[in-house]
Design a protein. Structure first.
Length: 472
């Protein structure tokens, strides 16, 4: 065994092989050295444990493919693109919305050049970073004023901190939601300094519940979109119009956290029950907040629109500075909003909307192409078939709606669906899929046309990797 150690390739030779590879050669030198050292350690361990028993296996020519694959895999950036075959369009773990082409271009322009980010080109003086999106937000939503912060969680916090700190905010018990990532309305409210005053029962709240709760300490009335759940059956919530009337009678602001929020009326697409931001403004909410990267399909942002007197107060809150969005977000948001000036354009060009509203034919044709790709990649190894199934909007929007579509299912002889799904997380790019009835299910809705080949190749890689493991 100790003889074998002497046959390990020299570090210099290993580095020579690595720097001959164009991709690897462009990496920082110290990183290449570190990975080369780690690779040698693995070889040493394999000698010790008896995996390598022959000096021929230590020849650099023999080790080379493994060495290159090892260093390539180790040196990939941590933040990576993945293929989303889950069919969840706004998938928070996978980065939520994809930006429209014009929004991507706007980001590239904004971050590669100086800009009028906070500079007023009309006067040559300091300008406001919000000026770029305030007018267009007002034009689209019909609100008097608008403000953008880092995300909707920040928006909810700053609305409450500004308008209701030290005061009571009345909320229905049926709307005290927890969304993912431990964002809970009661907790956010406590942190903002507002005091939660719960009314109603879990399933029902009436106008008189709110009215009875109003007292000298009341600072605002609030409605929260229940997001990822629905109370069904014997239920009642107070409408925004009723709340508006109450707010007028007692001179209290009405705050609405719309959660996802949509500017595009999805009712026409058969998705009912989510009011648009425009409707919410028209029905009299004083301040409305929603996410930029949920159904809107833009960058991560929390958008607040509403009455000027309230928005002005929020703008002046010193905390606003800590929630300020950066120039890339601004550029992407303005470009995305511009698409909404023509709703038909928005539907065609905002990827999130396009995926939500994809036609049955287009989904079927994508499924067919994906199936063909898988068959040519895997041959007789796999049984590939198509079946009807459902996708999801995600992001807490339309939780009770299944979006019908065509799925591709896959069974590979001798491999469990779970093993396949796990192996797919290590392909390049990784692919995220789901399992139903012990079958691997790929939903083409969230794969772009030009990703169908990549998805098939990922399965090829996964099956090869699993079969190799089986043999060793
Ligand atoms: C998603 C959501 C939030 C948080 O929005 P982020 O943009 O993720 O910060 C807040 N309230 C509701 C009701 C939501 O659905």
């Amino acid at each position: 065994m100790s003889q074998l150690f002497r046959h390990l390739p020299a570090m210099d030779h290993i580095l020579g092989v690595l720097t001959d590879d164009l991709d690897i050669a462009s990496l920082p030198r110290p990183l290449i050295k570190e990975h080369a050292g780690a690779f040698l350690d693995i070889c040493r361990e394999e000698i010790r444990s008896g995996v390598i028993t022959d000096q021929e296996h230590l020849a650099l020519d023999i080790l080379k493919p493994r060495l290159l694959a090892y260093v390539r895999a180790k040196s990939r950036p941590h933040f990576r693109r993945v293929l989303n075959a889950t069919g969840v369009v706004v998938h928070t773990n996978l980065g939520r919305s994809l930006l429209a082409k014009t929004a991507i271009e706007a980001v590239v322009e904004a971050c590669g050049h100086y800009s009028n980010c906070e500079f007023d080109l009309a006067t040559g003086l300091r300008g406001s970073r919000y000026s770029h999106v305030e007018k267009i937000l007002c034009d689209i939503t019909g609100a008097e004023a608008a403000l953008v912060v880092n995300n909707n969680a920040a928006a909810v916090f700053i609305m409450l901190e500004t308008l209701a700190k030290g005061k009571e905010v009345i909320v229905s018990r049926g709307q005290l939601v927890e969304i993912g990532g431990s964002f809970r309305i009661p907790d956010v409210m406590t942190k903002s300094g507002a005091v939660l005053h719960e009314v109603g029962a879990t399933n029902r709240a009436h106008v008189h519940d709110y009215e009875n709760a109003i007292n000298d300490e009341t600072g605002a009335l609030m409605r929260v979109h229940t997001s990822n759940f629905r109370v069904v059956g014997f239920t009642k919530e107070v409408t925004l119009q009723e709340m508006r009337a109450l707010g007028d009678r007692y001179n209290l602001p009405v705050i609405e956290d719309l959660g996802s929020g949509t500017l595009y009326a999805l009712e026409g697409e058969g998705l009912l029950g989510e009011p648009t931001v425009q409707q919410t403004v028209a029905q009299g909410a004083d301040v409305v907040s929603f996410s930029g990267d949920k159904v809107l399909g833009g960058p991560q942002a929390g958008i607040i629109v509403g009455r000027k007197e309230y928005i002005d107060r929020i703008k002046k809150n010193p905390i606003n500075r800590a929630m300020r969005i950066d120039k890339m977000t601004l550029a992407a948001l303005e470009a995305t909003l511009r698409l909404y000036l023509d709703m038909g354009e928005a539907r065609k060009k905002v990827p999130t909307l396009k995926m939500i509203t994809a036609s049955q034919e287009s989904l079927k044709s994508k499924a067919r192409r994906l199936g063909d790709g898988l068959r040519s990649e895997l041959g007789d190894l796999a049984q590939v078939s198509m079946r009807k199934g459902f996708s999801r909007v995600g992001g807490g929007a339309f939780p009770e709606y299944d979006l019908p579509g065509t799925m591709v299912t896959l069974h590979v002889e001798g491999l469990s669906a779970e093993a396949l799904r796990t192996a797919l997380l290590e392909t390049n790019p990784p692919l995220v899929a789901r399992i139903e009835d012990d079958l691997l299910v790929l939903d083409p809705r969230t794969l772009a046309q030009n990703e169908l080949k990549l998805a098939a190749s990922a399965l090829g890689q996964a099956v090869t990797a699993l079969n190799r493991k089986e043999m060793s």
